[in-house]
Design a protein around this ligand. Structure first.
Ligand SMILES: *Cc1c(COP(=O)(O)O)cnc(C)c1O
Length: 222
């Protein structure tokens, strides 16, 4: 893809977010666009940075560590969000690089974060991933286990949880999954909802998404 195409993709996504916000009677500022740059090299990311986008998502710690430091140095104030699974042995590296982690999904990871975060001195926003479709191949806590896990994150591991993240099953309508995620967030006093990807971010905004994770609609096919 040429840089013009990435800038066009970003502009089209921005326009659609603005439209979805108007329809839902929400402020545009209540939705953060995370441009998901996984698998794309620095030369594909540069035009999106040049267009003013400052929040990016990556799904692998090693990949992000390899390509982002020079880009971050050139564009201070850029935020990186980890949206993929995190192994406990990579937690230290993750909290050093990322501003948010959307994949808190098990006690061992919560425990590791509870140790690594105070030691790092960094403020990292945390999202608990909920496996709303209860798909065996997908990460995340089951909906019926979410309340207990969130409580344990707070009380046992001293974590501040900001919100929830979900990835609806590819072959189902996303709306019920967004609704269930919003409901779990509400009853746990969580204000942030990371939901919606290229195919369904407008629907997610209708259901209260505060963070949409959009990759292919900006960067093209992976
Ligand atoms: C890759 C990925 C996205 C972006 O998906 P697109 O369909 O390309 O927008 C969003 N969220 C997660 C967790 C991802 O892994």
């Amino acid at each position: 893809m040429t840089s013009a195409m990435q800038a066009e993709g970003l502009a089209a996504v921005e326009q659609e977010i603005a439209r979805a916000c108007r329809e839902a009677r929400r402020e545009r500022s209540s939705v953060t666009l995370i441009a998901v740059s996984k698998t794309f090299e620095a030369d594909a990311i540069a035009p999106v940075l040049a267009a003013g986008q400052r929040v990016f998502g990556e799904n692998r710690v090693q990949e992000a560590k390899a390509k982002w430091p020079p880009l971050l140095a050139e564009h201070p104030g850029t935020q990186l969000h980890l949206i993929g699974p995190l192994q406990s042995n990579k937690v230290k590296e993750a909290v050093a690089l990322f501003d948010a982690i959307h994949s808190v999904d098990r006690p061992s990871l919560a425990e590791a974060l509870g140790k690594a975060l105070p030691a790092s001195g960094r403020a990292v926003e945390l999202f608990v991933q909920v496996n709303t479709g209860e798909e065996p191949q997908k990460a995340g806590v089951a909906p019926q286990e979410a309340d207990g896990f969130i409580a344990a994150c707070r009380e046992r591991w001293g974590l501040t949880i900001s919100g929830l993240m979900c990835i609806p099953p590819v072959d189902e309508a996303p709306a019920p999954h967004f609704a269930v995620t919003a409901k779990i967030a509400k009853r746990n006093n969580l204000t942030q909802l990371s939901m919606g990807m290229s195919a369904d971010f407008a629907t997610a905004i209708e259901f209260g998404a505060t963070h949409v994770r959009v990759g292919s609609a900006i960067f093209g096919h992976r």
